[in-house]
Design a binder for this molecule. Structure first.
Ligand SMILES: Nc1ncnc2c1ncn2[C@@H]1O[C@H](COP(=O)(O)OP(=O)(O)OP(=O)(O)O)[C@@H](O)[C@H]1O
Length: 295
């Protein structure tokens, strides 16, 4: 049984799809990245699968449970950190965490809360309304992790966190993941996903465009960097190469075919120098979001 299974999930706003036929399978025990630029549909996907909004088509199954019919059971067993933090403004941070711990019957709650207060440098006496975005985020993240859910869904968790806190968050998430927690991490930060996720789905304009295995080495084509002016780039494009970047006299191409086919083009007199390297995830990311179709 997968931790998350989305089938044809579609949500329309004014007849326009915010997400369109989203298919996703997240295995138990994975750290799964969900990456896409602002407005791509990450939050809509998450809110739909958690039954905060209803889908127009399709189904979502979390921990083997139907997202609509068994929403209550899913809530009990799933942690969710939303991209915008909303807690009662007049409660202190400590009150919020104690409330969450009591609600989820967290064992050794005082010890656990003290641990997170120390870890995330939380001011326990401050009211929620007095906190900056980053500090609010720390409370939301703690509230999500504290009950030790089977599945933790984080929507842009590092937004507003300083680098030290980001580092501590991921150390903590990796610790929990090793103990079996499945983590679904929505982000627009490719590096973050590349560093921490095992797999990632890329979403663009409401559609999943690819799912990448991040940890395993795979043959994903080659990046060819060309130096020179007036290089006949259209010939490279005709061979199936995608232009990743073109700046000054430097052009970066992603080529997924058999390299031997493109080698003759490198003899063109306009090319002063070239290198062939393995692609970084970032190269594919650029190709994907500039309309390419990297598999
Ligand atoms: N309540 C709403 N009413 C109308 N359109 C909406 C609503 N919520 C989201 N949308 C639209 O749906 C699309 C997807 O938005 P969504 O918030 O899911 O994207 P996102 O990937 O989470 O982006 P961000 O990182 O900016 O939050 C966008 O075009 C957005 O304008």
């Amino acid at each position: 049984m997968n931790a998350i299974e989305l089938k044809g999930l579609t949500k329309l706003y004014k007849k326009q799809p915010a997400i369109d036929q989203v298919e996703l399978s997240v295995e138990k025990g994975e750290i799964y990245g969900f990456i896409g630029p602002n407005g791509a549909g990450k939050s809509t996907t998450i809110k739909t699968m958690l039954n905060f909004i209803y889908p127009d088509h399709g189904t979502a199954t979390l921990l083997g449970l139907d997202s609509i019919k068994e929403a209550k059971e899913i809530r009990k067993r799933t942690g969710y950190v939303s991209s915008d933090v909303r807690f009662y403004p007049n409660m202190t941070t400590l009150e919020v965490l104690k409330y969450v711990a009591a609600f989820h019957q967290v064992k050794e709650s005082k010890k656990q809360i003290d641990y997170f207060i120390e870890l995330f440098d939380i001011d326990a006496k401050k009211k929620m309304s007095e906190l900056s975005l980053g500090n609010k985020k720390k409370i939301a993240i703690t509230a999500g992790i504290l009950p030790n859910p089977e599945l933790l869904i984080l929507d842009e968790p590092t937004n507003g966190l300083d680098p030290l806190m980001q580092h501590r968050l991921f150390e903590e998430l990796e610790k929990y993941n090793q103990q079996g927690m499945t983590i679904f991490l929505s982000s627009h930060d490719l590096n973050e996903v590349q560093q921490h996720a095992h797999r990632a789905a890329f979403i663009r304009e409401g559609e999943i465009i690819t799912v990448q295995d991040i940890t395993k080495e795979k043959s994903l084509g080659k990046v060819i960097t060309l130096i020179g002016d007036h290089i006949p780039l259209s010939l490279f494009e005709k061979m199936g190469a995608a232009i990743l970047k073109h700046q000054g006299n430097e052009t970066r191409l992603l080529f997924e075919g058999d390299l031997r086919e493109i080698l003759p083009l490198l003899a063109d007199a306009s090319i002063q120098d070239f290198t062939v390297t393995n692609p970084e995830l970032e190269d594919q990311f650029m190709a994907l979001y500039e309309g390419g179709t990297v598999k």
